[in-house]
Design a protein around this ligand. Structure first.
Ligand code: PBG
Length: 306
């Protein structure tokens, strides 16, 4: 009987995602032992500043990667949207699981949607991407930072510090809090983070004896979708400093990829979209680069500070 050690963050959502991966793996390999290695990352510990202000790539990954390098864990489970466009040398992503709901959720006890808010109302989100899309629609509402895990953010909403908050549908659904979703902020109007709703497994090249098992959880269609979105983000030099959103949708043999670059302060949004036949990874990535080029040409370059 072999035993797999999975590095994970300690939030309720991260633990749910890791338990989910563990259950899927046990179903493939009966008798597999799974041990969780819960770790705290810089992104979890520094809560008084926005992620953009902390800066740096892989704020939610580093400690997990160090544990894998030291041989203390065999793989790690991440929300793919938190994973930098380029993995650290020596690491790979053997599996991207089937995507859950990729969209954002409007969460509010009092107000059914963004339009129903009175002027001056306070909406909570620390995501520049969400801030920009909120400001674009309602320049008269105040968008205030809101860090912390899903439960912390909901508690701050319930205390009345905010009239509404925006969270990922996938996180709420995984934690059994579907009923909190007052409205789904769906494409094409409102775009999510590249790869939102997809769970990824990362491992070090030295974990050869686990690779075949981990690869079994890969979902080819999801990998195509998120590869288009991430290729767009990569071409824009996607960091956490500038709001970027993307969503790839299948239409028969084709993908439609929609993307936007924004400014969180002013609410200015630059949008672009393109379609192409996508059957393999290189086609998905080419589509991502094409939409990025459109965004750059149409004003995105200025917003990205170039
Ligand atoms: N930023 C943290 C984070 N990373 C992934 C999710 C949601 C789950 C997912 O996208 O798979 C969340 C919570 C949120 O944005 O509300």
């Amino acid at each position: 009987m072999r035993s797999l050690r999975i590095a994970t963050r300690k939030s309720a959502l991260a633990l749910w995602q890791t338990e989910h991966v563990a259950a899927r793996l046990r179903a493939i390999e009966p008798g597999l032992q799974v041990e969780l290695v819960p770790l705290s990352t810089r992104g979890d510990e520094v809560l008084d500043r926005s992620l953009a202000a902390i800066g740096g790539k892989g704020l939610f990954l580093k400690e997990l990667e160090l544990a894998m390098e030291r041989g203390e864990a065999d793989c790690a489970v991440h929300s793919l949207k938190d994973v930098p466009m380029e993995l650290e040398p020596g690491f790979e992503m053997p599996a991207i699981l089937q995507r859950a709901n990729p969209f954002d959720a409007w969460v509010s006890a009092e107000f059914a949607d963004l339009q129903a808010l009175p002027a001056g109302a306070v909406v909570g989100s620390s995501s520049l991407r969400r801030q920009a899309q909120l400001k674009a629609r309602r320049p008269d509402v105040e968008v205030r930072d809101l860090r912390g895990n899903v439960n912390t953010r909901l508690a701050k909403l319930d205390e009345g510090q905010y009239q509404a908050i925006v969270l990922a549908c996938a996180g709420l659904q995984r934690l059994g809090m579907d009923e909190r979703i007052r409205q789904t902020l769906a494409a094409p109007d409102w775009l999510p983070a590249p790869a939102q709703g997809a769970i990824a497994i990362e491992c070090h090249h030295s974990a050869v004896r686990w690779i075949d098992l981990l690869r079994e959880l890969d979902h080819a269609e999801t990998r195509l979708q998120v590869s288009a979105e991430r290729a767009m983000n990569r071409r824009l030099h996607g960091s956490c400093q500038v709001p970027v959103a993307a969503y790839a949708e299948r239409d028969g043999e084709r993908f439609i990829l929609r993307g936007l670059v924004g400014d969180a302060g002013s609410g200015e949004l630059v949008r672009a979209a393109a379609g192409a036949v996508v059957k393999e990874l290189t086609q998905a990535e080419a589509l991502g680069v094409e939409v990025a080029e459109h965004l750059l040409a149409q004003g995105g370059r200025r917003l990205l500070g170039g």
